[in-house]
Design a protein around this ligand. Structure first.
Ligand code: NDP
Length: 403
């Protein structure tokens, strides 16, 4: 049904390409381009061995817009799937506009010098995509991504309106390392060390990073401490579910992770401003990334499960008063590794990227302009989650969250 160009050969790109290859009815040809050709080739080899499908590979610096535009024109895909880093989002959107193809990503644009997590830079492309008759789909990973689709499914099928919404992201996996991050360390640490922010009463409420936490019992994982954080889908949810009184995002962190992160912060290793070292500028967090384990290398040792979901309270559709629903997916690290050679954090992001791409290529999700996940029909996406390795489960809870 369509040709796709995937940009970015990390863990998420690897999962997405493997999953596209096993769906040739939707993805007629898959091309992979990234900064380091050898990483593209390693993924293409794995795809060939596992599925028999050939993936063409190219080396590209996605921040070089003219070169990327030429590559897109040469490959002539229907859709470019951006699974590189948030820093490249705007350059890839520019190249898509110049070459006349649709765009999809899993994380909002971030300027390198500021950890901001705002959609404003990408929402500003609305007119240009609309004028070009092209579609850009933002945030088609798990969170952001599936979490917003979960919320909109509840709003379509269970709740007339949503009063409070909590996103709970638990990674119950153990990789056997004292300290490592499950996706790009630089992006992960920027996110975790940013002040927490949640939506309440029509405004943002800010609290210091990792200062609010509660124990929560996750199915298939057990009790873990969840920490209040800011996460980008809170912004799009606040925009597209305007009746929400409160929306919060929680993530689990183990004591060891918090201990190491606290020390790294205290000694200045998580700073994102440049410092002079031996006469040249270095950014401490980028240096730290260089010495931490590559997330892709954790796949073979990670055991346990992820459990990511949404708890929403609001007015029931059937007129029975206020109700609370919990909708979630549980994903096993070892199963994800056996299927794609990547652990569950990459898997839970790469599969929704593939599904978002499938929605666009099959015309189930169509439009001109820049779209967030909340604006599109959740049903076909939810059906594909069940069919492609991320089954979900919804249950009614007796009461809203107690905290
Ligand atoms: P990785 O760091 O493993 O992979 C990123 C890839 O992008 C690498 O192959 C890297 O190349 C490539 N890249 C970086 N800069 C450029 C550039 N200028 N031009 C071309 N390629 C480039 O990250 P992940 O796979 O873990 O994450 C990928 C994306 O997914 C990130 O944006 C991340 O924020 C997002 N994400 C979203 C989640 C969600 O649920 N929505 C969850 C997890 C991640 P090289 O190999 O040379 O470094």
């Amino acid at each position: 049904m369509g040709k796709v160009l995937v940009i970015g050969a990390g863990g998420v790109g690897s999962v997405a390409v493997h999953k596209m290859a096993v769906n040739p009815d939707i993805f007629e040809t898959v091309t992979l381009a990234s900064r380091t050709l050898s990483k593209c080739e390693a993924i293409a080899r794995s795809v060939k061995e596992r599925t028999g499908v050939t993936v063409a590979t190219y080396e590209i610096d996605a921040e070089e817009v003219p070169a990327l535009t030429r590559l897109i024109q040469q490959i002539a895909p229907d859709l470019a799937v951006n699974l590189a880093l948030p820093y490249q989002d705007l350059a890839i959107m520019d190249a898509c506009l110049a070459a006349g193809v649709d765009y999809l990503d899993t994380a909002n644009y971030e300027p390198r010098e500021e950890a901001k997590f705002e959609y404003k830079w990408q929402w500003a492309y609305e007119e240009r995509f609309r004028a070009a008759g092209r579609m850009a789909l933002l945030g088609s990973g798990f969170d952001p991504g599936v979490t917003s689709v979960f919320a909109m499914w509840l709003k379509k099928h269970r709740l007339k309106s949503i009063r409070t919404l909590d996103i709970l992201d638990c990674n119950g996996g153990d990789h056997g390392q004292a300290f490592a991050t499950n996706f790009n360390p630089e992006i992960n640490i920027r996110e975790v060390t940013a002040p927490a922010r949640h939506w309440e009463g029509g405004d943002w409420v800010e609290t210091p990073a990792l200062s609010v936490s509660h124990p929560f019992n996750f199915e298939a994982v057990g009790t873990r401490n969840i920490y209040l954080m800011y996460h980008e889908e809170l912004e799009s949810l606040a925009r597209f579910v305007p009746e929400m009184r409160r929306a919060r995002f929680w993530m689990t962190f183990g004591d060891e992770y918090i201990k190491h992160l606290t020390v790294l912060q205290n000694v200045g290793m998580t700073r994102i401003d440049p410092v002079i070292y031996e006469g040249r500028e270095i950014v401490p967090l980028q240096f730290l990334k260089a010495v931490l384990p590559e997330p892709a290398s954790l796949g073979s040792t990670t055991k346990g499960k992820t459990n990511i979901g949404v708890i929403a309270t609001g007015e029931a559709q059937d007129g029975s008063g206020e109700k609370t629903f919990y909708i979630r997916n549980i994903c096993d690290h070892e199963d994800a590794f056996a299927e794609t050679g990547n652990q569950a954090v990459s898997y839970t992001t790469g599969v929704p990227a593939m599904i978002g791409a499938a929605m666009m290529l099959t015309g189930k999700w169509q439009g001109e302009g820049v779209f967030n996940m909340e604006q599109l029909d959740p049903d076909p996406f939810m059906a594909m989650l069940n069919e492609h390795g991320l089954p979900w489960h919804v249950e009614e809870l007796d009461a809203p969250l107690s905290f």
